[in-house]
Design a protein around this ligand. Sequence first.
Ligand code: SAM
Ligand code: SF4
Ligand code: SF4
Length: 379
Amino acid sequence: MGEPLNPTADLRYAASVPPVPAEAPAPSGALRDLRGRPLRDLRISVTDRCNFRCTYCMPKELFGANYRFLPQSSLLSFEEITRTARLFVAHGVHKLRLTGGEPLLRKNVEHLIAMLAALRTPEGQTPDITLTTNGSLLARKAPALKDAGLQRVTVSLDSLDDAVFRGMNDVDFPVADVLQGIRVAQQVGLAPIKVNMVVKKGTNEHEIVPLARHVRDAFGPGVVLRFIEYMDVGASNGWRMDEVLPSAEVVERIDRVFPLRPLEPNAPGETAQRWAYRDGGGEVGVISSVTRAFCGACNRARLSTEGKLFLCLFAHQGHDLRALLRGRHEGRAYTDEEIAAAIGLIWSRRDDRYSELRARQAREAGPAAPRIEMHYIGG
Ligand code: SAM
Ligand code: SF4
Ligand code: SF4
């Protein structure tokens, strides 16, 4: 057993127990934060473990054999996750995304999907259920995931070139197996499939056009490729602004080969800007988390593997919902109504907008300010 990653950067323990208001209205689905933003999207991290060591997320030097992952007993059970998700859905969440770590490493994750698929929004709809994966186990698991009620999937894929891909995942994992995972996901009817490429200047930027071409040719318009600006999440990836390739440049490079035209967003709060191929070959998206902040419409909350709620990808502190799920007061467990009221209070006090404030914070706090790690909280 080794020491935690870095006592100043390891924020897994930084969470306060949320107050439970003595009286609160029942969830109405109309919750708003201090900036008027609704709560629509809950990202649930189901494990902090991963079989990849992507250099920008879990660099090997810091996440080696001595790294201490969370013990099994501290993970939320499927019942606890489902209970929490049900309370968020009552508050207006329409979309549940499983992430990690690598979510397909969580044993029987399809059972959790089946439990989540049985939830209903206040309007009586099934919530939109999706999952973000590195694709390594997708060929094997896609049929069971689909049968359990998963509707769609996002696969991370940073390069088509095998050597570049193996270098970026840093465990020598072959790109062919991820491509096969996408094919099987398509065959079993998961749709739409999104493929996310994190673009790191000087590392995989030359793969932008080849990947765009391959996705068009091999998978067709049912698979949407999206380019993500390399972000300063966590404190372990040694992020530098000069390694960010602005999305505007990504669009320009693709447009030179495959002309593009802009598309309207699918939904309010959508993180990606959408572009259609003018020849009808489908669409691509860009997620400009660094160069074009979208905090104004951010309707996402994140639940960590051990039940801590984070209101921003760049939060310094979580809210320990597990303490309520497992805790007792006045000789009894907390009721759903009480936990829902605590969640309502947390969201109603939310004021986060890190990306908008990035420039100012970088000046004030410096690049090494403590932040939650991406493999712990998911994307
Ligand atoms: N392991 C799964 C995967 O890779 O898809 C799910 C978890 S991973 C943390 C979620 C997403 O975050 C992935 O698409 C990954 O590429 C992205 N990501 C991780 N670190 C990032 C960074 N520094 N900047 C931008 N995206 C990042
Ligand atoms: Fe694992 Fe995903 Fe992070 Fe890569 S990005 S190390 S696959 S959690
Ligand atoms: Fe949302 Fe925080 Fe990202 Fe802004 S920086 S879009 S508030 S997660």
